[in-house]
Design a protein around this ligand. Structure first.
Ligand code: HEC
Length: 343
């Protein structure tokens, strides 16, 4: 049969494919550095919007964009996989059944990773909206990290699969995802009326924008997740110590920070060394200059849970004559985390 050039991928499929690839690369690059977190969170929300668009488009898009076109049962998938492995090319105009599985797995994994990331990015606030146990909160973090670790592996498998299929079919499939054209025998899948497609587009865009835009506005300007990480163990411990625990309180933390206790070295407070304004540099009794404690003035502060625990332990013993409770520690840290920087 004569092979002809057939338009397979509509513009929306090609654009979302490119956007997902680009956003995922940027997200993987910005995920590990605290300084990049604000950008990472916003790119993640964009990715979530693009994935949602693609999912809706999988129901209302052009024929080969639809899940119904390429999601097949296990028997068909296994048969197609066997054919591929035996080097037999069978003609599928859209995604072949094995590729279809990969599309669903990738979209699902992107959805899980971006969704859990958005929850983490919203910081502790979202937990107060939903009555969630610490175990669920921890699971959200695990899901995000597992997704972030799995995605590069899946992408490599996806690329290898596409290259292998290109070789089997003797055509450039990556190029087809750019231009939209493939060589093949045109099927007679009827194109939708422009009106129906327009309606589909409005639906997909509307759904994605309705999710992503409010989230973009809600996201805190500063990375909440590093702070949330430092507070998390204290929050769990405070909850265990007192089931009526209502969350940390910056004002209570400030009072403790300024409170003077009598010690062997005379009246002492946290402010004795760190000064009353934690955005200012302090001084140790030995005269050593201490950098400001508030992360707004010194971004390195409170970024490492072990350092925080070590110094809180020492300093509380020195000032209060005992270890701070989990609630006291969380209160003080919340005070330090929420102290705004000098204008
Ligand atoms: C006798 C002086 C002194 C007093 C009093 C003191 N600190 Fe410190 N604090 C230090 C020194 C020294 C360090 C470690 C050097 C550094 O990180 O600048 C430190 C480090 C810290 C850190 C580590 C932060 C980070 O991420 O690097 C925290 C948190 C902290 N102090 C909180 C407190 C609190 C809360 C109090 C009151 C209960 C307090 N400190 C009282 C001297 C003091």
């Amino acid at each position: 049969m004569m092979k002809q050039r057939v338009k397979v991928w509509d513009l929306a499929v090609r654009l979302t494919h490119g956007a997902l690839a680009g956003l995922l690369a940027a997200l993987l690059l910005t995920g590990d550095e605290d300084g990049w977190l604000p950008l990472h969170m916003r790119l993640g929300v964009l990715l979530l919007g693009v994935v949602l668009f693609r999912v809706v488009w999988g129901f209302v898009g052009s024929p080969h964009a639809r899940f119904a076109d390429f999601v097949r049962g296990p028997t068909v998938v296994l048969e197609a996989a066997r054919d591929m492995l035996q080097g037999r090319s069978r003609h599928t105009l859209g995604h072949n059944p094995v590729g279809g599985v990969m599309v669903v797995v990738l979209l699902g994994m992107l959805l899980v990773t971006a969704g859990s990331g958005v929850l983490l990015a919203l910081g502790p606030e979202w937990r107060e909206l939903l009555p969630l146990s610490p175990a669920v909160v921890a699971a959200v973090k695990v899901a995000h990290e597992a997704g972030a670790a799995a995605l590069p592996v899946l992408v490599v498998l996806h690329v290898l699969g596409v290259l292998f299929s290109s070789w089997l079919e003797r055509q450039n499939l990556p190029l087809a995802m750019v231009t939209g054209w493939k060589r093949g025998t045109a099927d007679s899948s009827p194109l939708d009326s422009p009106r129906r497609r327009g309606l589909g587009l409005v639906l997909a865009l509307g759904g994605a924008a309705a999710t992503a835009l409010p989230l973009l506005i809600l996201l805190p300007p500063r990375a909440a997740s590093a702070a949330a990480d430092v507070l998390e163990p204290y929050r769990v411990a405070a909850q265990q110590a007192d089931s009526a625990f209502q969350g940390f309180d910056a004002a209570r933390g400030r009072r403790l920070y300024l409170q003077t206790f009598s010690t062997e070295a005379g009246p002492t407070s946290c402010a004795t060394c760190h000064t009353e304004d934690p955005t200012q540099p302090g001084r140790s009794p030995a005269g050593k200059r201490l950098l400001p404690l508030a992360p707004s003035a010194n971004p390195q502060r409170l970024s490492d849970a072990r350092t925080v625990e070590k110094w809180l332990g020492r300093n509380c013993k020195q000032v209060l004559g005992r270890l701070c409770t989990a609630r006291e520690s969380g209160d003080v840290l919340t005070f330090l985390l929420t102290t705004p920087g000098a204008p």
